[in-house]
Design a binder for this molecule. Structure first.
Ligand code: 5RP
Length: 240
C-alpha cells in the first residue's frame, strides 16, 4: 500500500463520524481531498450535509462534486471538521499550513464542535518541528514582522531559518486571504505552548500553523493499520 492508500483509509474512517444533517468543515490538502471525494459519494447516495470549505481549492473540488456548500457566516457553528495535518504528536498537537490554508483551517476548526484529523503515518511524530512551521503574515512590514518573530521564537527556545514561501511562479506565495507564509525551520519544538504564546505577541503575524488543543480525534493510517488517537479532555469521547 502507498501513502495515498493510507490517506484514503484514514479519510474513509473519518466518514464514520459524519451524520445526516450535519454542518461540516472541509479541510485542505491531499488527505482532506480524499475525504471530500468519499463524502461526495455519500451525498450522491442521499446523505444530507452542508459544508464550509477551508480554502478556495477545496471549495472548487466540493462544488464540482455536487456537495452543498455554505459560508461560515451562514453557519458560524459547525458540527464537525475533518482536515489533514503536516505533523501530529501523541497529544494531538499539530503543525498545519503546508498547503497554505492554515488561517481558514484554524477559524473553521475552532468554530466546530468536533475536529477529526486524518493522516498517513508519516505525519505522526513524537515531537513537533521536523516540518517547518508555517506562519501566515501580512505583506506590510514583513521584514519587521520577521525580525520580531525571530526574537520571540528565540525567547521560547526556537531558532532556525525563516524563509518566505514562494509559489511555482517564483513569486511570494499568496494565501486565499492575500497574505504571505513564512516557513520556520526551528527543528524540534520543545515547548509548543510557549512558542504559540510568544508568536501571539507579533502584530503582523495573523496566525501560526501550531494547532494546540483543537483536534479531538486523530486517525492515522499506515503499514501497521489504523490508529485512533483521542484528545485527553475531549467530551467527544464520552459521546462516541
Ligand atoms: C493545508 C494543511 C494540510 O492539512 C496539510 O498540509 C496536510 O496536507 P496533505 O494532506 O496534502 O499532506 O494544513 O494548509
Amino acid at each position: 500500500m502507498s501513502s495515498d492508500d493510507w490517506k484514503r483509509q484514514a479519510a474513509a474512517e473519518a466518514l464514520k463520524y459524519v451524520e445526516d444533517g450535519m454542518k461540516l468543515g472541509l479541510g485542505t490538502g491531499s488527505t482532506a481531498a480524499k475525504f471530500v471525494d468519499l463524502l461526495a459519494d455519500k451525498v450522491k447516495a442521499g446523505l444530507k450535509v452542508v459544508c464550509v470549505p477551508t480554502s478556495e481549492a477545496t471549495r472548487a473540488q466540493a462544488a464540482a462534486l455536487g456537495i452543498p456548500l455554505a459560508t461560515l457566516d451562514e453557519h458560524p457553528a459547525l458540527d464537525l471538521t475533518v482536515d489533514g495535518a503536516d505533523e501530529m504528536d501523541e497529544e494531538l498537537r499539530l503543525i498545519k499550513g503546508g498547503g497554505g490554508a492554515l488561517l481558514r483551517e484554524k477559524i473553521v476548526a475552532v468554530a466546530s464542535e468536533r475536529v477529526v484529523i486524518i493522516a498517513d503515518s508519516s505525519k505522526r511524530v513524537d515531537l513537533l518541528g521536523r516540518f517547518p512551521l508555517p506562519l501566515e503574515v501580512v505583506p506590510f512590514g514583513l521584514a519587521a514582522t520577521q525580525r520580531l518573530i525571530t526574537g520571540f521564537a528565540a525567547d521560547s527556545g526556537c531558532e532556525g531559518d525563516i524563509k518566505l514561501r514562494h509559489g511555482a511562479n517564483g513569486a511570494p506565495y499568496v494565501t486565499d486571504n492575500g497574505n504571505h507564509i513564512l516557513d520556520c525551520s526551528f527543528g524540534v519544538i520543545d515547548d509548543p505552548e510557549a512558542l504559540d504564546d510568544a508568536l501571539k505577541l507579533v502584530p503582523g503575524l495573523v496566525e501560526s500553523g501550531l494547532f494546540l488543543g483543537i483536534a479531538d480525534v486523530g486517525i492515522v493510517a499506515g503499514p501497521k493499520g489504523v490508529e485512533i488517537l483521542s484528545a485527553v479532555e475531549s467530551d467527544f469521547d464520552e459521546e462516541m
